[in-house]
Design a protein around this ligand. Structure first.
Ligand SMILES: CC(C)(COP(=O)(O)OP(=O)(O)OC[C@H]1O[C@@H](n2cnc3c(N)ncnc32)[C@H](O)[C@@H]1OP(=O)(O)O)[C@@H](O)C(=O)NCCC(=O)NCCS
Length: 212
């Protein structure tokens, strides 16, 4: 399916308007749309460079404490990377963002990614065909369909790179994440106690998977 068709479905539900898709390539995705009265939002891939890293840090800093409890800071970017290190961190991942141009200063309002990793869970017979999903949306834009749109884009991208399934882990205490993944048909694989590194408290980790 074309990305444009997928995003048009959000447009026809009235979630977005003025859709323009400029590139359908998973590694050079580029689209624009309007949401409510916020002005034009750009959807594009995030690159492993200083400028995009700076945008990601600004996004993380803008999140509420509650959101930061469940969505961590960006990987530290300390160039020059060795080729091996670069590949390990970025070569296997696709990271996208919803970006507001602001007053000439770009600002991320949503970030979502797929990280392709070997074995995702014990007994995974699908190693290499599964990727980990992560998503975070700015608090002021919650419940406006951006999370769901981000997941649609990642599932589309997963199909383009021939993934069989998408895996993720969230904390059970994260009602918003749990609600989104349940809504999007991610089935629970297992649950276990785990230290949340962002709160330093023990929580219940929930692993989920969706076959594409
Ligand atoms: C989880 C998160 C990404 C959801 O993004 P969002 O843009 O608000 O989600 P959407 O508006 O697309 O919601 C889609 C569906 O998800 C579910 N959902 C979203 N927020 C929910 C909430 N607070 N409670 C219950 N269900 C919720 C609903 O089923 C919703 O559909 P509906 O609005 O038609 O009822 C967002 O809350 C977030 O960024 N939270 C902080 C970071 C985070 O926790 N990330 C996940 C880490 S595992």
């Amino acid at each position: 399916m074309l990305l444009k068709t997928l995003l048009q479905a959000h447009e026809s539900r009235g979630r977005i308007s003025s859709l323009e898709v400029n590139s359908e390539s998973v590694i050079d995705l580029h689209a624009r749309f309007v949401i409510g009265s916020t002005g034009q939002i750009t959807l594009r891939i995030l690159e492993p460079n200083q400028d995009d890293h700076h945008l990601e840090t600004g996004f993380y800093d803008s999140l509420s404490r509650e959101s930061q409890n469940f969505f961590g800071p960006p990987e530290e970017f300390t160039p020059p990377w060795s080729e091996e290190e670069y590949d390990l961190r970025f070569g296997q991942s696709l990271k996208y963002a919803f970006i507001l141009p602001g007053d000439g200063v770009e600002r991320i309002i949503g970030k979502f990614y797929l990280k392709r990793i070997g074995q995702m869970y014990e007994g995974d017979s699908n190693a290499g065909k599964t990727a980990e999903l992560g998503i975070g949306i700015s608090d002021q834009y919650h419940r406006r369909g951006l999370g769901s749109m981000g997941i649609d884009i990642l599932e589309w991208a997963g199909g383009q790179i021939s993934l069989d399934s998408i895996w993720l882990m969230h904390f059970e205490e994260n009602d918003k994440g749990a609600g989104l993944y349940e809504h999007r048909g991610y089935s629970i694989v297992r649950k276990y106690k785990l230290l949340n590194p962002f709160t330093n408290t023990e929580m219940t980790a929930v692993e989920r998977i969706k076959h594409l």
